[in-house]
Design a binder for this molecule. Structure first.
Ligand SMILES: NC(=O)c1ccc[n+]([C@@H]2O[C@H](COP(=O)([O-])OP(=O)(O)OC[C@H]3O[C@@H](n4cnc5c(N)ncnc54)[C@H](O)[C@@H]3O)[C@@H](O)[C@H]2O)c1
Ligand SMILES: [Zn+2]
Length: 358
């Protein structure tokens, strides 16, 4: 088993990564010092596969446990689902000392975290991520929330979990395309922070795609270490944390222009990272090997690197100008100087971007 500590002073917590960890969930919750009742939040896909094992483990450690299963899907990451969660917690008699356990992917994790952040002004919560994306990204760092029709993740709170337990065995039931989508964020960590990890991914792409447990554990651990380091330095995204948005400015534009149905998040981020690397090269920030190696690795993982032909570059530029992080239509880009190091540009407008997106 691997352990990564997210160092946030009094809000610090451990991430446990390895095979067959689900059975030890209850004991780990106990060692973390949580008291009171446990409320497992899961969905109708993950609950039937892992809900019983999770509940039995927590019950075995002496806790009273109840479970709420929500319908599966990003479209249920809503205020209406939050109301359902609050009402259920109240009906079940949960109090300030109770805690919530998120069992599922990022959708469940974001909602369970937001419920924990707000129920009775804040209770504890535990992340049991079951997608690759959740294990390497969304379960770590404390961003929680829900969507609104006018924007994704527009309502939320920062609330750190008390512990994260990533059982790599749970990935065996994950659809392959969800696994591959999660790999985009993994590649991102290599580009923004760790050239050695990027090379490791190049050398071990086969083992990763075959989901060899040892390779997965290493990949998740390294990804969590990088995210933990960045979040530890900048919990509330005042500066450094922005580098985690590498590939996301263009990626979000692709997602929003295709109404969040055309591309999985990871696919959109892969397109965005490739575009950002080409843009960096076009602006003389990095050599040609950066976009070349990045696009080669993404392609090996089965991720797209080319801009969708049916998207017109002008509408992409417009969409980027409307990004929630844009100021007066001008956007800071996260661009690679080399593999392992990115810079955040000054606010750039269309003049730098035109031509670089196609
Ligand atoms: N909080 C953050 O910092 C952060 C970071 C990145 C993404 N996110 C959010 O995460 C969400 C995306 O998360 P996701 O990619 O995990 O999607 P998801 O939660 O929708 O899961 C993807 C699909 O896989 C299913 N699934 C999950 N685990 C499974 C398993 N072990 N076996 C079989 N099926 C399984 C789910 O039911 C779902 O159908 C988005 O809402 C995004 O905004 C949050
Ligand atoms: Zn992302």
């Amino acid at each position: 088993m691997e352990t990564v500590t997210v160092d946030l002073g009094p809000r610090s917590y451990d991430i446990f990564i390895g095979q067959g960890l689900l059975g030890s969930l209850g004991d780990r919750i106990k060692s973390t010092g949580l008291h009171g009742r446990a409320g497992i939040l899961t969905n109708d896909t993950v609950g039937p596969i892992y809900g019983k094992r999770a509940a039995e483990s927590i019950r075995g450690a002496g806790y009273e446990v109840s479970t709420l299963s929500l319908p599966d899907g990003e479209k249920f990451k809503t205020i209406e689902s939050m109301a359902r969660i609050y009402d259920w917690l109240l009906k079940e008699g949960f109090d300030r000392k109770s805690f919530v356990v998120a069992l599922g992917g990022g959708v469940i994790g974001d909602m369970a975290g937001f419920a924990a952040a707000t129920f009775m002004r804040g209770i504890d919560f535990v992340q049991v991520p079951t997608t690759l994306l959740a294990q390497v990204d969304s379960s770590v760092g404390g961003k929680t929330g829900v969507n609104r029709p006018l924007g994704k993740n527009m309502v939320g709170a920062f609330h750190q979990p008390r512990l994260v337990l990533a059982d790599v065995d749970t990935l065996n039931t994950l659809p392959k395309e969800e696994f591959v989508s999660g790999l985009a964020e993994v590649v991102k960590y290599g580009v923004i922070r760790d050239a050695e990890f990027f090379s490791w991914l190049e050398d071990n792409a086969e083992a990763v795609l075959e989901m060899k447990p040892k390779a997965l554990a290493h990949l998740i651990k390294t990804s969590c270490e990088i995210k933990a380091e960045v979040v530890g330095a900048d919990e509330r995204e005042g500066g450094l944390r922005a580098i985690l948005n590498f590939g996301h400015t263009v990626g979000h534009a692709v997602e929003s222009l295709t109404d969040y149905t055309g591309y999985r998040h990871g696919d959109a981020v892969a397109i965005g990272m490739a575009a950002a690397a080409r843009l960096a090269h076009a602006q003389g920030l990095c050599g040609p090997e950066v976009p070349e190696r990045l696009m080669a690795l993404l392609s090996r993982f089965g991720l797209p690197t080319e801009f969708p032909k049916n998207l017109d570059p002008d509408s992409v530029l417009k969409s980027i100008g409307h990004d929630k992080k844009a100021e007066n239509g001008r956007v800071k880009f996260v661009l690679p100087e080399r593999i392992g190091k990115v810079v955040i540009t000054k606010e750039w407008g269309d003049e730098k971007l035109t031509g670089a997106l196609g």
